[in-house]
Design a protein around this ligand. Sequence first.
Ligand code: DGP
Length: 122
Amino acid sequence: MTYTYDDQNIFAKILRGEIPNETVHETEHTLAFRDIYPQAPVHVLVIPKGPYVCYDHFARAASDAEIVDYTRVVGQLCAELGVQEDGYRLISNAGAHGVQEVPHLHVHILGGRVLGRMLAKA
Ligand code: DGP
């Protein structure tokens, strides 16, 4: 599948500094910030700075440096956000069935409470 990146999506605007965000971690290739609609006491979004629509697009098209940086930031944040001991959940929605709202790759880090089962029954 060929992905077309929409540079008018909200996270692209955040990366360009056009929309404010509550940054919790930033590196050369990666930005992490609080979700505007938190669904748990800890709810952080981690995005690559490059133009990738979703996880499989990133895994195929990003450089090794971007992938290593992104993966390490997600892992470091689990420690920095204090959710390692009690546990946490990583979610990355993609496309229509994944109900992805913002078409720029993001991993949700959720924690700070028992999160329930992975999926609600439809
Ligand atoms: P998803 O369904 O995985 O695409 O979730 C997108 C998330 O992005 C959702 O939890 C709400 C969050 N979000 C949407 N707009 C903004 C924004 O302008 N700022 C921040 N910080 N989060 C946003």
